[in-house]
Design a binder for this molecule. Structure first.
Ligand code: SF4
Ligand code: SF4
Length: 466
């Protein structure tokens, strides 16, 4: 039989019908194997973590909160406020560089094992679909068949379950944004009191339903920016899900009675293509569409077992390892990413460690220099801004150093609540006799619960008289 020419595979999308220009629905077989088993356990752990996450508390506060509306974040119990934006940005940058490093070494391991899209799609929605509609062949037959009672009840049952799970995901997603307490209010109180929250849940539910019931592999192939970056992140040394073409080629079907001499180990059964959720043939080489789900590894291992050949014709390997049989090499590119990541993460960790529980800033009131007062003193005007970056209330005291001046505030005893931000005017009075230069340096020292928190350097403006 003539070998099918697949050399132009990069010119085509696996899920596009070139004749009609329409999308071809992919019906991947579910294959059980050791990787599927490991992934099932790991996915169960991740799903438990995801759903339990918003309900976890640390010292009475959520362990994780990503309140983008109020610009308040809690990560691993540590609160972050808008003033910490630089820290979040630096943390995010470190994370992106880490992903670049990780991807250049391990390819799309994240996509196959951790990405919520793959975990939900392959471990939850695909299983439900198989449970209700049957295996891949039965699903195809049902879709192509007439609209009868069986089709109606199966489709209704499937989509109802899909919608309910999407609703559950939407609630969890919202709980990470507004907190589980606020979510419980939306759930337990009348809809009329939480219209915005209710509408948000419906919008999130619809988006998740659309993603898992309709878009599916399009998210990984077209929408996900990380997926599209693979072309620049991967190289010959990245460990990806790879077909060992040295061992597998020339491929050919096993024919009873014929000798296998001159043939590779691939029997061209096509099972690795049938199980692929993005519809590609991994034997063509690394492709952007591959989400490293390991299904083809399990599929091919099951074939190798049957024909008594070593497992791993499709396995985790780099192109370099397959061609030269060398072990993993830590390339200069990987080293450069590592250095960059260590530097960024080092700066991030240092800044995080130096972060004060109370942030204070003192700025001169715009448009002011000094005012001569009736009692002969000279006054300068400032604006004190305080942010309590903890969950507990603080008693704040402000003092001056380096100048024999007095400080005047609306209230000498400032109490600032956890997570609260306060701004207040501050007037500094200095006797004319104590002004020795036009700008006198001094410091504002801010104490929280009698512990020094901040020291701000300023200048006092005033006229000098001989
Ligand atoms: S090629 Fe293999 S690992 Fe990649 S998406 Fe398809 S089945 Fe999954
Ligand atoms: S499953 Fe293995 S043997 Fe079958 S076609 Fe794919 S690579 Fe070849």
């Amino acid at each position: 039989m003539a070998k099918k020419d697949t050399s132009d595979f990069r010119e085509h999308l696996s899920n596009l019908n070139e004749r009609t220009g329409k999308r071809t629905w992919i019906y991947p077989k579910i294959i059980s194997g050791r990787f599927y088993r490991y992934r099932s356990w790991f996915s169960a752990f991740l799903l438990a973590l995801l759903f339990v996450g918003p309900w976890l508390r640390w010292k009475g506060h959520p362990l994780f909160l990503f309140d983008v509306l109020e610009r308040k974040f809690i990560i691993a119990g540590l609160p972050f406020f808008p003033q910490d934006f630089y820290l979040l940005a630096l943390g995010l940058l470190s994370f992106i560089v880490f992903i670049m490093l990780f991807t250049s070494i391990f390819g799309r391991l994240w996509c196959g094992w951790v990405c919520p899209q793959t975990v939900f799609m392959e471990m939850v929605f695909r299983r439900i679909e198989n449970w209700i509609e049957g295996n891949a062949a039965a699903q195809k037959k049902l879709d192509e068949g007439p609209l009868n009672a069986e089709k109606v009840w199966k489709k209704t049952a499937k989509h109802t379950l899909f919608w309910l799970i999407s609703f559950l995901i939407a609630n969890t997603f919202l709980a990470y944004i507004i907190g589980s307490d606020a979510l419980m209010k939306i759930i337990t109180e009348p809809v009329s009191q939480h219209r915005a929250g209710f509408v948000s849940i419906l919008i999130f539910t619809s988006v998740f339903y659309l993603v898992f019931a309709k878009l599916r592999e399009l998210v990984c192939i077209i929408i996900c920016p990380y997926g599209r970056l693979q072309g620049v992140l991967l190289d010959q040394n990245s460990v990806v899900v790879a077909y060992d073409h040295q061992r597998g080629e020339p491929r050919g079907r096993l024919v009873k009675g014929q000798t296998e001499s001159g043939k590779g180990d691939c029997v061209d059964c096509g099972l690795c293509v049938e199980v692929c959720p993005t519809g590609i043939d991994i034997r063509n080489g690394t492709q952007l569409e591959c989400v490293a789900c390991t299904a083809c590894m399990d599929a091919c291992d099951s074939v190798m077992e049957k024909i008594h050949k070593p497992l791993g014709l499709i396995r985790y390997a780099s192109e370099q390892q397959i061609v030269s049989k060398k072990t993993f090499s830590y390339t200069n590119r990987m080293k450069a990413y590592t250095v960059f990541f260590v530097l960024l993460f080092g700066v991030f960790s240092t800044l995080l460690a130096l972060r004060k529980d109370l942030q204070a800033s003192v700025l001169r009131t715009p448009g002011t220099t000094f005012v001569r007062e009736q009692d002969g003193k000279v006054a300068n005007f400032f604006l004190l801004k305080l942010t309590n970056k903890t969950f507990h209330d603080m008693n704040v005291r402000v003092a001056l150093e380096g100048i024999p001046a007095s400080i005047q505030m609306l209230d000498d005893h400032i109490r600032i609540k956890g997570g609260e931000h306060q701004s207040m005017p501050v007037i500094v009075h200095l006797k004319q006799a104590d002004i020795k230069e036009n700008t006198t340096p001094f410091q504002v020292v801010v104490y929280a619960d009698n512990k020094e928190m901040n020291r701000v350097k300023l200048f006092f403006n005033g006229p000098v008289f001989d």
